[in-house]
Write a protein that binds this ligand. Structure first.
Ligand code: C2E
Ligand code: MG
Ligand code: MG
Length: 691
């Protein structure tokens, strides 16, 4: 043994060279634990310094003090002695270069023949390299495990082989697809195909990943129970050494709720909130597309408008209005089903589209739609009858684009509305032009007031016995800068509809009273002035207007005559009430166009009127048949009313009227309506003198 130790000290000793190949350090301790030798075969600085100290004869205590981090070299010998066998273990320390050094330690005890401890061999082998590789591998594996865990927790994961066969699915995949792992592995993704995406969609997907590129997109899948779910998908191909994919990993996120929300948003934007029926935007989208794709085919557009729907809102309230609209929508929807398309155009307007059908067929459809409104709608057990007006236009006959055909169906509907309830109207160019003119005039009336396009003409009213003028009727004239002279019968009803009749009448009253006052001041014989009053105006407001005009001009009230029509008598109680009030101002009242409208004779007695104006239509009939005129005159005298015959055009008519004891007359025979400048001259005139 001693020889061996001595030999090891020599560099050339073969056993030393051999040992140097196997281990890095070789140490020898005696049976008492004292260091005998430490042979170093490497340049590990710390252990070499330790070895030097051993060489210098330092004892264990000193060594422990000098090399606290190498304490393991000093202790744990007892265990080895106790087992009487070689012991192997690993240790590590941080050397002066800051590197972690791992050492494999083998301790071998040798005993004397008497069993006492003889010598302890300690072999140290640097295993830092192996250890570091093992450690970094462990770290990598841990990292990968963590990643897989995170992926499994957060994503739906599947792996497929190069043919698209599923080789792995994680729990999340099974959970969302409701298939077990066994049902999926070995199959392709076709199992969960929802049929939503096109063939091209999947072709593009495969092309991308087969080319080794990552594919990203949203896919709608179908679970085992038939439910659909949306997944945001990333498919990553794994490439072999030749750059060819050998498997694919698909990572998906469940985006069903997000997609549902987006679908809901889209749905909402295309449907009416109240009725749930496709709205105007949807109509535009669908039909524009259809026209682009089917420009050879025909299509009928039915524009439906609920008659007087505003009345329902006004009288029953908006809540009831809403409920009725919903019922109407439901009834229409159930009826139309697959035959046509129903849209809620807005408010109380619906549009129905019939594609590729003839006019005759459309007429039948309309007939059936009209039938739907025969039954009343109910709200709170109350029956409410609803009428509908329909305007119809055809594509491409009435227009080549959507806007035009809708506009034309709408205008046809407006005309149908004017014709009355439950009316249907097919679009025609003439009616459209008429309507356009009407709308044009309506806007022009507004300008006419400001731009002073109105003037007043006066038509004389003659006392048939004296042949002298006793009054004039003021008649409005509209001199339009482009259209020329427009007859009041063309625009008064429009002004009545849009409310402009009020300022017009106000203006008339002031002008006419002023004119009458002027004539009076100029010393002309005192005559009455008549003004036509629209029935829509009869109310407190008119009272104020008349009062104001009289006050402003100082015209004696009995010089002013207000002509009202019989249509005003439709609400007799109110008519009597208001007319009495007006009458109390001291003005004259006459009933214009008498005989053409509705007026109950029983009320006539109660009305505070002064005169009846026999309508021109009866006067023109006089020579053939004078019965009606005679009756009116008799009745008037019975109620103590004076009578003016309108529209006298011939001498013969005057003769008959005189015989019937009609007191006054008006008509082209005497004079047409003329500007005020001509009245003084006519006042001089006596028509009886010409006889
Ligand atoms: P009206 O009140 O019955 O007026 C008489 C109309 O008959 C006038 O037409 C007049 O020019 C016309 N006329 C008079 N004599 C004859 C005749 O011998 N033969 C024929 N063929 N026609 C005759 P105009 O001026 O066109 O007025 C039409 C209607 O317009 C008036 O009928 C009246 O209802 C309304 N109107 C005119 N001016 C006003 C106004 O300032 N306010 C209101 N509310 N209505 C007015
Ligand atoms: Mg009149
Ligand atoms: Mg008249």
């Amino acid at each position: 043994m001693d020889n061996l130790i001595e030999g090891l000290k020599s560099e050339d000793f073969p056993a030393r060279r051999l040992l140097g190949k196997i281990v890095d350090f070789f140490c020898i301790k005696d049976g008492q634990g004292n260091w005998i030798n430490m042979f170093s075969f490497t340049d590990e600085p710390d252990l070499n310094k330790f070895a030097e100290s051993v060489e210098m004869g330092k004892n264990n205590e000193e060594l422990a003090r000098l090399f606290p981090h190498l304490a393991w070299l000093l202790v744990e010998d007892e265990q080895t002695w106790a087992t009487e066998d070689s012991k192997r273990y690993e240790e590590y320390f941080i050397n002066e270069n800051g590197e972690i050094k791992y050492y494999e330690i083998i301790k071998s005890p040798f005993f004397n023949p008497d069993g006492t401890r003889k010598i302890l061999f300690i072999f140290l082998k640097d295993i830092s390299n192996e250890k570091n590789i093992e450690l970094s591998l462990k770290i990598k594996i841990k990292e990968l495990e963590d990643l897989k865990f995170a992926l499994d927790e957060s994503s739906i994961v599947a792996i497929t082989d190069r043919a698209g066969m599923i080789t792995y699915v994680n729990d999340t995949f099974c959970k969302i697809s409701k298939y077990s792992r066994e049902e999926l592995v070995g199959k392709t993704h076709r199992v969960i195909n929802s049929g939503y995406h096109s063939k091209e969609f999947f072709q593009e997907l495969w092309q991308t990943i087969q080319n080794g590129k990552v594919w990203r997109g949203n896919i709608r899948n179908r679970a085992k129970d038939g439910q659909y779910y949306w997944v945001k998908t990333t498919i990553v191909p794994f490439l072999d050494d030749n750059g060819k994919p050998y498997q694919y990993i698909a990572i998906r996120q469940d985006i069903s709720s997000q997609m549902k929300y987006e679908e809901q948003l889209l749905y909402n934007s295309l449907h009416d909130e109240l009725t749930g029926i496709p709205n105007r935007r949807s109509l535009r989208q669908n039909l524009t597309k259809w026209i682009a794709e089917n420009n050879q085919k025909t299509m009928a557009i039915l524009f439906l408008d609920i008659d007087r729907f505003r009345n329902i809102n006004d009288t029953l309230g908006y809540q009831v209005g809403d409920e009725i609209l919903k019922s109407i929508a439901r009834r229409l929807k159930n009826h139309i089903q697959e035959n046509g398309e129903l849209y809620h155009f807005g408010g109380d307007q619906f549009i129905i589209i019939y594609k590729g059908c003839s006019e005759k067929e459309v007429e039948n459809y309309i007939e059936k739609i009209m039938q739907l409104f025969k039954r009343p709608f109910t709200y709170n057990r109350e029956a409410i009858f609803i009428n509908v007006n329909i305007g119809v236009s055809f594509y491409p006959k009435d227009g080549n684009d959507l806007e035009t055909i809708i506009k034309k169906a709408d205008s046809a509907k407006i005309v149908s509305k004017e014709r009355g309830r439950k009316s249907v109207n097919f679009y025609s160019d003439e009616i459209y032009e008429e309507l356009k003119k009407k709308i044009y005039l309506e806007t022009e009336i507004r300008k006419a007031i400001d731009e002073k396009q109105f003037t007043i003409f006066y038509q004389p009213q003659v006392d048939l016995t004296t042949g002298k003028i006793v009054g004039v009727e003021a008649l409005i004239r509209w001199n339009h800068p482009i259209q020329g002279s427009i007859s009041p019968s063309e625009f008064i009803y429009l002004a009545e509809a849009n409310g402009l009749i009020t300022p017009i009448t106000e203006w008339m009253l002031e002008k006419v009273c002023m004119q009458a006052r002027q004539w009076q001041e100029n010393g002309y014989p005192s005559i009455r002035v008549g003004i036509n009053i629209s029935p829509v105006l009869l109310g407190e407001e008119l009272l104020e207007m008349v009062e104001k005009a009289l006050k402003m001009t100082n015209l004696p009230p009995n010089r002013l005559e207000l002509e009202i029509t019989e249509s005003f008598m439709q609400e007799p109680d109110y008519a009597i009430y208001i007319l009495k009030k007006i009458k109390s101002l001291g003005v004259r009242l006459s009933i214009d166009d008498f005989g053409t409208g509705y007026s109950s004779l029983s009320y006539l007695k109660q009305l505070p009127v002064d005169a009846l104006k026999i309508d021109r239509s009866f006067v023109s009939e006089l020579e053939r048949d004078g019965v009606i005129v005679k009756t009116i005159i008799n009745m008037a005298s019975h109620f103590n009313l004076s009578v003016i015959a309108e529209g006298i055009e011939t001498k013969e008519q005057i003769k008959i009227l005189k015989e019937l004891q009609c007191t006054e007359g008006q008509g082209y025979y005497f004079s047409r309506a003329v500007p005020h400048e001509e009245i003084p001259r006519l006042l001089q005139k006596n028509w009886n003198e010409n006889e």
